[in-house]
Design a protein around this ligand. Structure first.
Ligand code: NOJ
Length: 549
């Protein structure tokens, strides 16, 4: 197999995630679609992103809004056609944007022809394509594995009189990657889209592909007692150590096969989603060595805790394990409450949003922005009767699900539906628009100096010209209760990146070992720090980028 050239555009690049249902509706059915996205690509190019990641738009019964695929190689009519996708790719490429698609290979929809065949009998050609197991003598499932969306991970099927595995909804049966035919079918679908012209993949729950062949039960982690924030009292999935239902060693071998295929296409890349007991270690393992994934993200910046002390701990741990690995950092996505609200509460200060942006965009790794991050949109409040997400419906009211970060994008402040709908359409969007987003719509912020949008734009443009931020190593400075600081270093260029992650003014001194603070890099678009010698006076949420002598 030949290895094509790779410009490494993704390394230190910025990827903009689009949730197609909620980006732009072009045909008046209340649901976003591919032609709508094509129309709005200029916004992303103007922001300065390098590429887009499109959440799934493939054929699907939409039980999990596209993360339940019934045909990997076709577009769902709700979103358009293959030619609409071709037009999208061509427009994106004309604008200099790479296009990454989101493939869900851990599981299919129960409406996928593979599953329909597999469940029909115990001896058909696809009988072993999913994870089937007999009941125990007492009728219970074979082990204690749990679904993330609630309840047992096993669903009884009357046709085969066996259980099948599902890590999410019962309508998302788990593919059996131990079967070589399954691996080949997945690789064939990857090849289909590479031949089509996509530039890469976001791989859904990439560490869930393999399960323990012996179906051993997971050990318990303990009931939540409040001492470990990772052990949610709401979802018992967190009460186990997931030793056997995911992150199996066989996956590394499969990822090498996948990489060898992807490497035949120039300038392509893959970013994997990792949900694991030790996400940082898995990111390092899956992206190290240059022969598996290019990038991966886990949930350490996507949960509740934040602040300088917490983040210092995350990056300390990451530096310990990362090796040659390459992370992709996201602070919001379509599964997580928006960062404005998560970090900033009911009334997020603009300073916090800018500091969060500056921090995310100066970390070692690739940055992934989620639609609306660049506007500083807060999480939307959704009434129970408007909820769409099955996860939220199951766990309400303690967990409200993911609809609050999936409401229609805020384009135009004066339009009733914020400009999401097709011209003249009276159909309500699939999720209600969030009124607090009106004042933050893109048309209000564009050209407004100091707006969150213009700050993101300035940051993206500026960082392109600072190689240390794209390629450099990252050395943490000493922990401080309010200030997170690190040095990025590349080819003799050393850049101090320091952030006051609090709403109070702070006087701070860089570690002596970092060397004297030199010229402040004022073009970044973020500010709020006055330097005198090695003393820095931070305003609330102040940011400092400066050269080090
Ligand atoms: C992770 C995706 O990001 C999420 O939206 C989806 O529900 C699950 N995987 C299942 O595919």
């Amino acid at each position: 197999m030949t290895k094509a050239s790779n410009s490494g555009w993704w390394r230190g690049g910025v990827i903009y995630q689009i949730y197609p249902r909620s980006f732009q509706d072009s045909n008046g059915d209340g649901i976003g679609d591919l032609p709508g996205i094509t129309r709005r690509l200029d916004h992303i190019a103007a922001l300065g992103a390098d590429g887009i990641w499109l959440s799934p738009f493939f054929k699907s019964p939409m039980k999990d809004f596209g993360y339940d695929i019934s045909d990997y190689c076709d577009v769902d009519p709700m979103f358009g056609t293959l030619s609409d996708f071709k037009a999208l790719v061509m427009r994106a490429h004309a604008l200099g944007l790479k296009v990454m698609i989101d493939q869900v290979y851990s599981h299919t929809s129960d409406q996928h022809p593979w599953f329909k065949e597999s469940r029909a009998s115990r001896d058909n050609a696809k009988a072993d394509w999913y994870v089937w197991a007999d009941a125990r003598d007492d009728g219970n499932p074979p082990n204690n594995w749990l679904s993330i969306f609630g309840g047992s991970a096993w669903q009884w099927d009357t046709r085969r009189r066996q259980y099948f595995l599902h890590n999410f909804l019962t309508s998302q049966p788990d593919l059996n990657f131990h079967n070589p035919e399954v691996q080949q079918a997945v690789l064939d679908s990857v090849k289909f889209w590479l031949d089509f012209g996509v530039d890469g993949y976001r791989l859904d729950v990439v560490n869930f592909y393999f399960h323990d062949r012996q179906l051993r039960s997971n050990p318990g982690r303990g009931m939540p007692d409040g001492s470990d924030p990772a052990v949610s009292p709401v979802n018992p999935y967190a009460w186990q150590w997931h030793h056997f239902d995911k992150s199996q060693p066989e996956n590394l071998v499969f990822l090498q096969r996948l990489r060898a295929l992807v490497d035949q296409y120039p300038d392509t890349t893959m970013v994997g989603e990792i949900g694991d007991d030790d996400g940082l270690a898995r990111v390092a393992e899956y992206t190290g060595g240059g022969d598996k994934l290019h990038m991966a993200y886990c949930f350490d910046l996507l949960g509740e805790p934040h602040g300088a002390t917490y983040l210092h701990g995350v990056f300390t741990r990451f530096n310990q394990v990362v090796g040659s690995g390459w992370p992709c950092w996201a602070i919001t996505n379509h599964d997580i409450p928006r960062v404005a609200t998560r970090w900033g509460g009911a009334h997020p200060p603009a300073g916090l949003l800018k500091a969060a942006a500056a921090l995310q965009l100066s970390l070692r790794g690739t940055a992934c922005l989620y639609q609306g991050d660049e506007l500083g949109l807060p999480e939307a409040e959704i009434a129970f009767e408007d909820l769409q997400d099955p996860y939220g419906i199951a766990m309400w009211p303690d967990y409200k699900g993911r609809d609050g970060c999936r409401t229609p994008m805020a384009w135009e402040s004066a339009a009733p539906d914020l400009g999401f709908g097709a011209a003249g359409s009276t159909t309500a969007p699939w999720l209600p628009v969030a009124e607090p987003h009106r004042a933050l719509a893109a048309d209000r912020q564009r050209g407004q100096s100091g707006s969150v949008y213009e700050t993101y734009r300035a940051l993206l443009a500026w960082r392109r010209g600072v190689p240390a931020l794209i390629h450099g190593d990252m050395t943490l400075l000493s922990a401080h209760p309010q200030v997170l600081a690190f040095v990025r270093e590349h080819a003799g260029e050393r850049v101090l990146c320091a952030f006051n992650l609090s709403d109070a003014a702070v006087n701070w001194r860089a570690d002596a070992a970092a060397g004297p603070i030199g010229a402040v890099l004022a073009d970044s678009g973020v500010r709020g720090a006055a330097v005198q010698g090695d003393a820095v006076a931070f305003e609330p949420w102040g940011v400092l980028f400066a050269r080090l002598g």
